[in-house]
Design a protein around this ligand. Structure first.
Ligand code: PLP
Length: 477
C-alpha cells in the first residue's frame, strides 16, 4: 500500500533528519516545539504562525551571504540573487501598503525603530550641518563642526505614548537606547475612557516641541487617528513616526483605512513582520521619498549585514499578504477580538477602554484581586497562554502589573471563530474567579485544581479541533 506524503511533510521531516545527523538534540527540540505549539491555546497578541512557505524560505544558503548595501549597490560581490529577493520584498511591501519606499533589511522591530530614529536625525539634524559647512559627508567636516553636530544629535526630543498606556520601550524610554538618545516626554490616555486624548497630545506637543512624534503601541486596544497625529506633528514641526509593529496585518488587510491607516499620514512607518503580518521574525521601514536616502543607509549606520534568508521569507509573506484571502484573515482577527471581549464582559471582567476595535484586549485583573503576574501563571496552569501587561496608572509597576493582554492573530490563523473566542473569554474569567492570592505575595496564588483541570481539557479540545499545520505530519519520524 502506498501512502501519500505531503510536500510539507517531506520537506520538514527531511530537514529534521539532516539536522539530527549532526545534533539530534536540536532536531528533537525543533520537533518538540511544533508539538508544544500545536497543543497550546496561544493568546499572545504579538505572536502568530508563519506559513510553511515562509518558514522554508528562511532555512537555506541565503544565510551564507554578506550583502551590505542596497540592491545593485553592494559592498560585496555576487549578490545578484540577494538583490532579487530584496527587490521583491520591497516591491511587495510598497504595493501592499501604498508606500513610496520600503527598506526590508531590519532584523527586528527594535532595529527598524533604530533605523528610523537615526534616519530622522540624519535628515533633520545632520544634513543641515553638512549643507551649512558646504560638504557632502561627515568625514569632510572640521573637528569643530563634527563636535557641534554630535552635540546637536544628542540634544533632540521625542514625544511618544507612555508605557502604561500601551506604548513601547523603544519610544523614548530610558532602558532602551531611544531614551538615552532623546530627551523624552510621553502622552497617556484619558483616565476616564482609556482613549487617546488628541487635544491633550496637541497641547503637550506645543509645549514640548519634539523633533519626533511617535504614534503606535503594544497594548492599546483601539484604533489611532493618524490624521490627527499628522496635524499635531505639522503644527509643531515634528517628524511623524508610526510604529505599526502590532497592527501591520490589519493595515495590510485593509481593516485600518483612511485616518486609521498610518502610511498616508506618517513620514516614517516601522513594523515587525512576525506579528499580525504573519511573516518571518524581522522588521521593516516604510517612508516617504524624502526620508528614503537616509533610511537606506540603515546598514551599516545601525544594522549589521542584512539577513538575505529572512528577506526571502519577508518577500514570501508579503506576497501572501497581497492575496485577497489575507483581508478576510485580518477582518476575522478583529471579529474574534470583539467576540473575546464580549465573552469577558459577559462574565464581568473589566477591560481597559471597555472593549476593542483591533486585534487585542487588555483586561484589568485587579478586579479579581490578582496581579498580572498571578493571573498569567494561573491562566497558564489552565492551558491559556497569555502575557501580563501594565494598565494605565498601574499600581503594580511593569514587573507584576495589573493587566493581562490577549490577542487573536494566532488563534485566527488556526481557524478558531467568534463563538470559540467568546468561550475563551468565559474560560478566562472562570480561571481567575477560581484563583486567590497566596498571602500578601504579588506572585504566589492558589488555583482551584478542578477548575484548572476542566479549563485545560476544554482548551485542548478547542485547539484540537483546529490543527496547526495540518499539512505537516511528523509522526512517522
Ligand atoms: N515596536 C512595538 C510596538 C512592539 O510591540 C515590539 C515588540 O513587541 C517592537 C517594536 C520590537 O520588536 P522586536 O521584538 O522584533 O525587536
Amino acid at each position: 500500500m502506498t501512502t501519500t506524503v505531503s510536500r510539507e511533510t517531506a520537506a520538514f521531516a527531511g530537514a529534521l533528519d539532516v539536522i539530527a545527523q549532526v545534533e539530534p538534540r536540536v532536531a528533537a527540540a525543533i520537533g518538540q516545539e511544533l508539538t508544544d505549539q500545536r497543543e497550546s491555546l496561544k493568546l499572545i497578541a504579538s505572536e502568530n504562525y508563519a506559513s510553511p512557505a515562509v518558514l522554508l524560505a528562511m532555512g537555506n544558503w541565503f544565510s551564507d551571504k554578506y550583502a551590505e548595501g542596497t540592491p545593485g549597490r553592494r559592498f560585496y560581490a555576487a549578490c545578484q540573487n540577494v538583490d532579487t529577493v530584496e527587490r521583491l520584498a520591497a516591491e511587495h511591501a510598497r504595493e501592499l501598503f501604498g508606500a513610496d519606499h520600503a527598506y526590508v533589511q531590519p532584523h527586528s522591530g527594535i532595529d527598524a525603530n533604530l533605523v528610523a530614529f537615526w534616519s530622522i536625525l540624519a535628515h533633520r539634524v545632520e544634513s543641515p550641518v553638512l549643507a551649512e559647512a558646504g560638504v557632502k559627508n561627515v568625514d569632510a567636516l572640521s573637528e569643530a563642526d563634527w563636535a557641534r553636530l554630535r552635540r546637536a544629535l544628542g540634544d533632540q526630543r521625542m514625544l511618544g505614548m507612555s508605557l502604561d498606556a500601551g506604548g513601547h520601550l523603544t519610544h523614548g524610554f530610558r532602558p532602551n537606547i531611544s531614551g538615552k538618545m532623546f530627551e523624552q516626554a510621553s502622552y497617556g490616555t484619558d483616565p476616564e475612557t482609556g482613549l487617546i486624548d488628541y487635544a491633550a497630545v496637541r497641547a503637550q506637543a506645543r509645549e514640548f516641541r519634539p523633533l519626533v512624534l511617535v504614534a503606535g503601541f503594544s497594548a492599546y486596544p483601539r484604533r489611532v487617528d493618524f490624521a490627527a497625529m499628522r496635524e499635531i506633528a505639522d503644527e509643531v514641526g515634528a517628524t511623524l513616526l508610526v510604529d505599526m509593529a502590532h497592527f501591520a496585518g490589519l493595515v495590510a488587510g485593509k481593516v485600518l483605512t483612511g485616518d486609521f491607516d498610518p502610511v498616508p499620514h506618517a513620514d516614517v512607518v516601522t513594523t515587525t513582520t512576525h506579528k499580525s503580518l504573519r511573516g518571518p521574525r524581522g522588521g521593516m521601514v516604510l517612508c516617504t521619498e524624502e526620508y528614503a536616502p537616509e533610511v537606506d543607509r540603515g546598514c551599516p549606520m545601525v544594522l549589521g549585514g542584512p539577513l538575505p534568508h529572512v528577506m526571502a521569507a519577508k518577500a514570501v509573506a508579503l506576497a501572501e499578504a497581497r492575496r485577497p484571502e489575507f483581508a478576510g484573515y485580518a477582518q476575522q482577527i478583529v471579529a474574534n477580538a470583539r467576540a473575546l471581549a464580549d465573552g469577558l464582559l459577559r462574565r464581568g471582567a473589566r477591560l481597559v477602554t471597555g472593549g476593542t476595535d483591533n486585534h487585542l484586549v487588555l483586561a484589568d485583573v485587579s478586579s479579581f484581586g490578582l496581579t498580572g503576574r498571578q493571573a498569567e501563571a494561573a491562566l497558564l496552569d489552565a492551558g491559556l497562554v497569555t502575557n501580563r501587561n501594565s494598565v494605565p496608572a498601574d499600581p503594580n509597576g511593569p514587573w507584576y502589573t495589573s493587566g493581562i493582554r490577549l490577542g487573536t492573530p494566532a488563534l485566527t490563523t488556526r481557524g478558531l471563530g467568534e463563538a470559540e473566542l467568546a468561550e475563551v473569554g468565559e474560560l478566562f474569567v472562570d480561571v481567575l474567579t477560581a484563583t486567590q492570592p497566596d498571602g500578601d505575595s504579588k506572585m504566589r496564588y492558589r488555583l482551584d485544581p478542578a477548575v484548572a483541570e476542566r479549563v485545560r481539557a476544554r482548551a485542548a479540545e478547542l485547539v484540537g479541533a483546529h490543527p496547526l499545520y495540518p499539512e505537516i505530519d511528523l509522526s512517522g519520524r
